[in-house]
Design a binder for this molecule. Structure first.
Ligand code: ZN
Length: 93
């Protein structure tokens, strides 16, 4: 699936590499959250997704179909979060 986010020049990191910026927004650890892909509907924990840290910002991609699950960009004044590529996030209590 084509995506407007070009991460082709980067190699994927383990999803836990992106856990820090997301933890700031979600006010808690996201590593164990189960993210369901909006593209292929597969589910995996955050730490098993593919992370790209210079896309710019942080991009999380599905390891199965490479669909963009989430994008997070931080500026000096705000954080912009796009979760439109994922269909759900399930957090353990
Ligand atoms: Zn997928």
């Amino acid at each position: 699936m084509n995506s407007p986010i070009d991460t082709s020049g980067e190699s994927a990191l383990d999803g836990s590499a992106a856990a820090g910026p997301f933890a700031d927004v979600f006010a808690g650890d996201v590593s164990a959250a189960v993210v369901t892909c909006g593209g292929c509907r597969s589910s995996a924990v955050f730490a098993e997704q593919h992370a790209y840290l210079g896309a710019p910002g942080t991009v999380l991609r599905c390891p199965g179909c490479d669909h963009v699950l989430a994008r997070l960009v931080q500026t000096p004044t705000e954080v912009w979060l796009d979760l439109s590529g994922s269909s759900s996030w399930r957090f353990p209590l």
